[in-house]
Each structure stands twice: as structure tokens, then as C-alpha cells.
Design a protein around this ligand. Structure first.
Ligand SMILES: C[S@@+](CC[C@H](N)C(=O)[O-])C[C@H]1O[C@@H](n2cnc3c(N)ncnc32)[C@H](O)[C@@H]1O
Length: 428
């Protein structure tokens, strides 16, 4: 076999590749779209020219195009002129970003500073560019989520299936194109691996691909007064979320005498706030045996109006729907479930359980370990919620400082400053 360190032909090829990469990155930073088009489409022999990476910085063409838009913050004599020049730079930057995205640039590739192009745009205050990347992320995630549904449908063996199989291969290629290194949230990711999209991953509080719901339910938990950890030290629930739970409960159950269903008891924080509203009926579904033991120890089975359903919501809810139970408020906050599970929950179950004027909500932790992921997944969820026939209102509430909270927890699953609290109702 040829040795690249001694074989001159191979070394020259490597040098050519390196020069090509540098040329593409430089051209992207200069916002020179005609030259970039030539390089990406024809001149470069690189297989995926719009996603090349600088070995030192990890910059992709998207990173380079955005980094070049950073404002010169030194104040000078001609600030108005500087501002004008910067506006021009942002304009050409936006055009370059649009071009690169059209050419298949990955929206969430990480550079060596652990930043996606969107993180970089946000850090330098390039809002328009940030929004473009968020939109690209939403498109990629929606595509993945549709492909996931498509793959689920296509596992027969007739002729149509064969045709579909061919399409699937194409689909996989597209999926690979849009997949990148950033952690894929679900309703919060505990994973340490860099994964892809909510559509395909499973996880912690709708998150971590390394945690499956059945694996989690079979494992034993460490339950203390201020947290629940799973067997791998992933945070299942933590007491810092109390203000979020309080506001969620108050929004969903504004007065006494209503009927509420809570899916996922955890530490019983949200259920405690529901109880304060003296509900007429208070159903709780909890699947983990350790949590069920703990909740009974704390007397939950004898609290007013409380009915405990032991088991997974997937198994419990069809029976509740069949028996004609309906609720004024429904809250969903589970652990180690996929985004697909969550979507099934609201599009298949909530419809049969919610009173016409009722409200439902969920713990919105999708992508909360990175602002851009949080923004992308909020939009993805919003679109799916609309599609299922609901309106959603969002309210930003500040999250307390969490500096000391993560000691002993495998991964900080919350990084963003504000919690975006959802409140959903049937569309008019
Ligand atoms: C994050 S905790 C809920 C925290 C709760 N909101 C509170 O205020 O304390 C998630 C809970 O959902 C439960 N769970 C996980 N998967 C479930 C499923 N499929 N059905 C019902 N409960 C589930 C977990 O055992 C855990 O107790």
C-alpha cells in the first residue's frame, strides 16, 4: 500500500485538497458568491464542498461567511460610515449564507470552539443570519421527522415497497446530509455523544439517544429530596424546576373544581401545585415502580381527588379514552421518551381526552442545552402542534442561576436563560 508520507503523488493530492478547502473557506468569508458557486459546484474535486472544514478552527464555509460579519467595535471618527459598511457586510453575509444552505451546508456542524454557525451568528449579534440558520434547522428537522414517519410506514414486501426502498436509500442520503454533530435534543438531551435530530433520537426528558424508555423503567433510581437521578446519573427531575412547574400548573388549572391529568409524577412538584387548586379529579400516570413506591410513601394515593394509574401512558390512556374520561387540563412531562412519542401523545391521545375549552402543556426542554437548538425545536414542535389541531402560546420565564446544581449529575441538561412555557388549546 502506498505511504502518503513518502509517496509524492499522494502528498500532492493532499496538498490540493487542503488548498481547495482553504480556497472555499476564504471565498465564503469574502462573500464572493460567483466564485463560491464555481468552487462548490464544478472546480473542487471535494465530494461535499459546501461542508468542508478548516482543520485548525473547525470552521465550515457557513462559519467563515458568518464570522466575517463581526462588527468592528473600535470607535472611530466616522462611525456612521462604519455602520453603513457593516450593514453592507451583513447583507452580503446573508446572501452567502442563503447560497450555502441551498448548496446543502449543514446548519448545526460544530467548530473547534463548540459553536454551530448559528451560535456564532448569535454571539456576534448577527440576528438576521441567526434567524436564517434557525429556519434551516427547522427545515432539516421537519424533513427528518417526516422521513422517520415514512420509514415506519414502509416495511412491507410488495412491489410498492421495493420502489419505496429505493426512495428510502435516497432519503437516507438526504438525512446524512442534514445530520450533524450537535447534540439532538428531544425534550432535553442527557447524551454525551453528538447526535442528530429530535426526529430520530430518544432520550432523557425527551432526549438522550443513549437512554431508552424501557431501559430507564427497568433501572433503579436514586430519589432524594431535591432530585431524582437514573442509574447513569442523568437528571430525571430536579427541584430547581419548581418555578416552572408552579407557573405551568397555575396556567393550566386557574381555579378550583377542575379535572386534571398529569403524565409523569417525578418528584410530585407539579402535582403539588395542582393539588393547591383543589381539583375535582386529579389523575396521575406514573410508569417507574420506584417513583410509584415513593409517591405512595408520601401519601399521594390518599390525597383528595387523586387517582394513580401505574404504568406507561401508552398503555393507560386508551383505557381512559374508552371509559369516556375527559380533563380540563393535561400536563406531559416524562423521561427517556422520543420526540415521536411526544408527538403521538398530543396528536393521538390529547384529542380524545381534553375538554373542548381545556388546556394542555408540557415540559419544554427540547434542545435546552444550546440556544439555537432550543429555538429550532420550539418551532418544530409548534408546527406539529398546529398540525394536530392546537394553538400554542409561549411565555418566557427566567430560569434561576444553576451554577451549583449540576454537581453529581451526568450532564447539565439546561443551559438557556429563559424557559419558554407552552400553553396549548384546541384551535378555534
Ligand atoms: C421529569 S419527571 C416528571 C417531573 C414532574 N413534572 C414533577 O413536577 O416532579 C418524569 C416522570 O415521568 C415518568 N415516566 C417516564 N416514562 C413514562 C411513561 N411512558 N409513562 C408514564 N410515566 C413515565 C418517570 O418515571 C418520571 O417519574
Amino acid at each position: 500500500m502506498a505511504d502518503p508520507t513518502t509517496d509524492p503523488e499522494i502528498s500532492f493530492t493532499q496538498i490540493d485538497v487542503d488548498l481547495d478547502v482553504q480556497d472555499i473557506l476564504l471565498t465564503a468569508s469574502q462573500h464572493d458568491i460567483p466564485k463560491l458557486r464555481r468552487l462548490v459546484r464544478t472546480q473542487s474535486a471535494l465530494p461535499d464542498a459546501s461542508n468542508v472544514k478548516d482543520p485548525e478552527t473547525g470552521y465550515t464555509p457557513l462559519h467563515s461567511a458568518i464570522a466575517a460579519c463581526e462588527a468592528d467595535t473600535e470607535t472611530g471618527t466616522d462611525d456612521a460610515k462604519k455602520q453603513e459598511e457593516h450593514a453592507e457586510l451583513l447583507k452580503s453575509g446573508a446572501e452567502t449564507v442563503r447560497f450555502l444552505l441551498q448548496e446543502g451546508a449543514i446548519w448545526n456542524d460544530l467548530d473547534n470552539n463548540d459553536e454551530t454557525p448559528g451560535c456564532l451568528a448569535r454571539r456576534i449579534g448577527a440576528t438576521e443570519l441567526y434567524d436564517m440558520i434557525v429556519d434551516a434547522g427547522v427545515r432539516a428537522e421537519m424533513l427528518l421527522s417526516r422521513l422517520e414517519g415514512y420509514e415506519e410506514l414502509s416495511d412491507g414486501d410488495d412491489e410498492e415497497e421495493e420502489e419505496e426502498g429505493e426512495k428510502e436509500e435516497g432519503a437516507e442520503a438526504t438525512q446524512t446530509e442534514v445530520e450533524a454533530e450537535v447534540e439532538a435534543p428531544e425534550l432535553v438531551d442527557a447524551s454525551e455523544t453528538h447526535d442528530v435530530a429530535i426526529a430520530t433520537s430518544t432520550g432523557e426528558r425527551l432526549a438522550n439517544p443513549s437512554v431508552s424508555n424501557t431501559g430507564y423503567l427497568d433501572s433503579s433510581l436514586n430519589i432524594t429530596t431535591d432530585r431524582i437521578l437514573d442509574a447513569d446519573q442523568n437528571g430525571v427531575m430536579m427541584s430547581w424546576e419548581s418555578s416552572i412547574m408552579k407557573k405551568s400548573a397555575q396556567n393550566l388549572l386557574p381555579r378550583p373544581g377542575l379535572k386534571v391529568l398529569n403524565v409523569g409524577h417525578g418528584m410530585g412538584i407539579v402535582d403539588g401545585f395542582f393539588q393547591e387548586q383543589s381539583p375535582a379529579a386529579h389523575h396521575i400516570i406514573e410508569a417507574h415502580p420506584d417513583v410509584v413506591v415513593e409517591m405512595k410513601k408520601r401519601g399521594w394515593d390518599s390525597k383528595p381527588g387523586v387517582v394513580i394509574h401505574e404504568g406507561r401512558w401508552q398503555d393507560v390512556l386508551p383505557g381512559l379514552i374508552e371509559s369516556g374520561e375527559t380533563f380540563d387540563a393535561i400536563y406531559y412531562d416524562t423521561f427517556a421518551e422520543s420526540y415521536g412519542d411526544f408527538r403521538d401523545f398530543f396528536s393521538e391521545q390529547v384529542i380524545g381526552l381534553l375538554e373542548q375549552e381545556g388546556k394542555w402543556g408540557f415540559f419544554n426542554g427540547m434542545g435546552a442545552d444550546r440556544q439555537i437548538s432550543y429555538d429550532v425545536y420550539q418551532k418544530v414542535a409548534e408546527m406539529d402542534i398546529f398540525e394536530a389541531g392546537f394553538d400554542v402560546e409561549w411565555e418566557d420565564i427566567p430560569v434561576p442561576k444553576l451554577d451549583g446544581e449540576w454537581e453529581g449529575v451526568r450532564r447539565a441538561y439546561w443551559v438557556v436563560d429563559n424557559y419558554r412555557l407552552p400553553l396549548c388549546r384546541f384551535m378555534d
